[in-house]
Design a protein around this ligand. Structure first.
Ligand code: ATP
Ligand code: MG
Length: 226
């Protein structure tokens, strides 16, 4: 069983996340993608909806996809939550599974600041997915993977290659995965809600209704999208 671990604040979850998860699942032949909702990170405390709301929106968003599962394990911890502890806990829960961490290029750019990055690399493969406007050249000098050649970068850039397999410094695999570029972010959605704009077709209708009827992100309950 191959399980992709897709962590995020999901504030809120949107089609950029969902399509990314579906494409990386098929590209890497994963049996499941697990959406792991993060606790409120201390450096990003503004504008973050309650964990229970973010988790509910993830559950609503993935309900119709049998290959997607949601985990609240990071929300059940008393103190700050770290990916290394998540992977250790999941390995205990699914002893025969193989895990692959999934993250956008923007998230991987911060990887050196994570707790025990080398240990994460020793326990799990990593799939780094494209995310506009970030290019794979941004990670070409990363100390965590074997050198990406100019030719590899070019073939990723012009879309000829869907995926390139590198090795991490810990000897496991790092997949650079090109997915359909969708310039959607949670930041954009929060901004639109705040300004009374439409968020239709950026995220599942159930999530749109949840945001509007619970007045998340400073929106007033104008239209409920139904
Ligand atoms: P925010 O704007 O609040 O930072 P976000 O849209 O970046 O929200 P996160 O919850 O921060 O969403 O991201 C979770 C993971 O999903 C990260 O690894 C991020 O790179 C990835 N991701 C988010 N949106 C996209 C997208 N449109 N395409 C590809 N990957 C994405
Ligand atoms: Mg983000």
């Amino acid at each position: 069983m191959r399980i992709g671990i897709f962590g995020g604040v999901f504030n809120p979850i949107h089609f950029g996340h969902l399509r990314a998860a579906e494409e990386v699942r098929t590209a890497l032949d994963m049996d499941r993608v697990m959406f792991v909702t993060a606790a409120r990170p201390p450096h990003k405390s503004l504008e973050i909806a309650a964990a229970s709301d973010r988790l509910k929106m993830v559950q609503d968003a993935i309900r119709d996809n049998p290959n997607f599962i949601s985990s609240s394990l990071e929300l059940n911890r008393p103190a700050a939550s770290f990916s290394i502890h998540t992977i250790e806990e999941l390995r205990g829960n699914y002893p025969s599974a193989e895990f692959c961490f999934v993250m956008g290029i923007d998230a991987f750019l911060d990887f050196s600041t994570w707790l025990q990055p080398e240990k994460i690399l020793s326990l799990s493969d990593i799939a780094i997915i494209s995310r506009p406007p970030f290019g794979f050249d941004r990670i070409a000098d990363s100390p965590f993977l074997t050198k990406i050649t100019g030719g590899e970068l070019d073939s990723l850039k012009d879309g000829k290659t869907r995926m390139i397999k590198k090795s991490s410094t810990a000897g496991r695999k790092i997949y650079l995965t090109n997915i359909t570029p969708l310039g959607i972010s949670s930041t954009l959605i929060r901004k639109l809600v705040k300004n009374g704009g439409s968020i239709k077709y950026l995220l599942p209708a159930a999530v749109e209704s949840y945001i509007l009827s619970n007045k998340l992100y400073g929106g007033s309950m104008g239209h409920t999208g139904g």
